[in-house]
Design a binder for this molecule. Structure first.
Ligand code: ADP
Ligand code: MG
Length: 376
């Protein structure tokens, strides 16, 4: 990988960006991942764990899609499905328009170069017995690319790109700080010039100040290399910092998918609202009031009927326990899986009356619709 002076015209995927603008780089169609369940005590059945249960979305080239949700909601499993590290139980993953399930082993190997993952833990992700140079040249060796000295040149260029000193190429992972190690992981991820990087809690193990530096590095690399990110995190602040759009997951499903600014200003789904309310400065529509959800997230083995969120939903009505809402567009570019999304204008007829009543009960003294100030 060489340094190019004019990033836009020489970005490796600039050509793709121009010609295939309308085709998303990644498209998920009703992706499911069920794990075989363990036999419970005194029970003969072994129900499946529905870790991901019907996720559909597209990611545009050069975009960062954030995925948020509580621990156990299926973010990592979805990330692994996207890369076919865990082949989905159902549905399709289309990468560059190609269904990954239809690829031969050799075609898949080729595709893998274009899709990389960065994990949370930069300590366990790097082999402690290998030098940084060896770690960064490994992919070239596996794919039989370049001569040994060219590989080391590339590794130095990679170190430089992620803001590390090239003379540290002979050092071992333990000689670096956590943030530096994550930079090494990122350098390794971009070694083969990928199109897509799935970052799974990539900065979650780092100190807040270091988090910002690594996020900024990721943004810089994205622009320079034309990368597309799926950025997974339980941390709403981190996701907001880096994402163009955000998908909110609950119990294996997407409950909301919106552009970042709209989501954080005014979430449509009561679950998104509750998550955001835990961050007072980011949750303007609740007037700074924290919405504490009752109970824990239910088990993905036996999800509740209807809308899986209904037992904990402050806005629930009878219909919610019976009928599962589809993820659909309620405002331009704003999707939510909710029968009664938190919109300014109530739905028509009977729903409207019910909506008004529920709304005034749920948030009596918060005139949430009039708060339009920008989010700090
Ligand atoms: N290999 C597995 N076998 C069985 N269950 C799993 C496996 N991996 C994940 N799960 C379950 O799937 C659900 C989603 O897990 P995960 O994708 O790790 O969530 P998140 O990344 O959002 O915390 C959890 O209930 C988890 O226990
Ligand atoms: Mg996870």
């Amino acid at each position: 990988m060489t340094r190019d002076p004019a990033p836009l015209s020489t970005a490796p995927h600039a050509a793709d960006l121009a010609q295939a603008d309308d085709m998303p780089l990644l498209r998920l169609v009703d992706v499911r991942k069920y794990f075989p369940g363990r036999r419970a005590f005194l029970r003969s059945d072994a129900a499946a764990v529905k870790a991901v249960d019907g996720v559909s979305l597209s990611v545009r080239r050069g975009e960062t899609l954030g995925l948020v949700g509580e621990s156990g909601c299926g973010k990592s499993t979805l990330g692994r499905c996207i890369l076919h590290l865990a082949p989905p139980t159902g549905g399709q993953v289309l990468f560059d328009g190609q269904d990954l399930a239809t690829l031969s082993a050799q075609e898949m190997r080729q595709r893998r170069r274009e899709m990389q993952i960065v994990f949370q833990d930069p300590y366990s992700a790097l082999n402690p017995r290998k030098t940084v140079g060896s770690i960064l040249t490994e992919a070239y060796r596996i794919h039989g690319l370049y001569t040994p000295s060219e590989r080391m040149d590339k590794a130095r260029a990679l170190l430089d790109m992620v803001g590390l000193r090239t003379e540290h190429i002979h050092r071992y992972p333990h000689e670096f700080s956590g943030g530096q190690r994550q930079r090494i992981c990122i350098a390794r991820a971009i070694a083969l010039d990928p199109k897509l990087i799935v970052a799974d809690e990539a900065v979650s193990a780092l100190d807040v100040s270091v988090q910002a530096q690594v996020l900024n590095l990721m943004v810089t690399l994205q622009k320079r290399l034309g990368l597309t990110y799926v950025f997974i995190s339980h941390d709403l602040r981190v996701v907001r910092h880096i994402s163009d759009r955000v998908g909110v997951m609950y119990l294996g499903r997407l409950v909301e998918l919106s552009d970042t600014a709209s989501l954080y200003r005014r979430p449509l789904h009561p679950y998104s609202e509750a998550l955001l309310s835990a961050l007072p400065r980011l949750g303007p529509r609740t007037g700074g009031k924290r919405i504490v959800l009752k109970g824990d997230m239910p088990s993905p083995v036996n999800p509740p009927s209807g809308c899986a969120f209904h037992p904990r939903c402050p806005q629930r009505r009878d219909r919610c326990a019976i009928e599962a809402p589809d993820l659909r567009e309620h405002a331009p570019g704003r999707l939510a899986a909710c029968h009664y999304p938190l919109l300014d204008v109530p739905a028509s007829g009977e729903d409207a009356a019910q909506e008004g009543a529920a709304r005034s009960n749920a948030s009596k003294d918060n005139n949430i619709f009039q708060r339009t100030g920008s989010v700090p």
